[in-house]
Design a protein around this ligand. Sequence first.
Ligand code: ZN
Length: 161
Amino acid sequence: MQIEKDRVVTLNYTLKDDSGKVIDQSQNGEFVYLHGANNIIPGLESALAGQATGDKLSVQIAPEDAYGARDESKTQQVPREMFPQDVDIQVGMQFQAQGPDGQALMVIVAAVADDTITVDGNHPLAGVSLNFDVEVLEVRAATEEELTHGHAHGPEGHHQH
Ligand code: ZN
């Protein structure tokens, strides 16, 4: 069966950055998604369209079709006292912050100085080209319930939500 809208697809994949470092992977058929429902990044979804069970592909996805370009205006310096006083702030730590419209925003600590912490609100993969090696393990029609929910359900059937 071919991958198209309203099919549920099981994949193995390895995701590397341009230096060849593995960023993420899923093996043993643990990754299942509903095609055509924006469940995965657009560049990967369009590369998979028309593939079938057993197909293997390698695809490079530009940041614009993945997590977007980096936006330097999302990097800011924040006074140290805005952070919990009992935490030893380190580069790479994640915090929940409030965006300009009051929405929740995950930020990553990019630099630490005596009185100032630099935080970065970009997605960790913003500006990164993604190199996927993908194997299509299974393609099946989505169930009515999956289509209603807009996502795939695992082999155990329905989950709570
Ligand atoms: Zn569901």
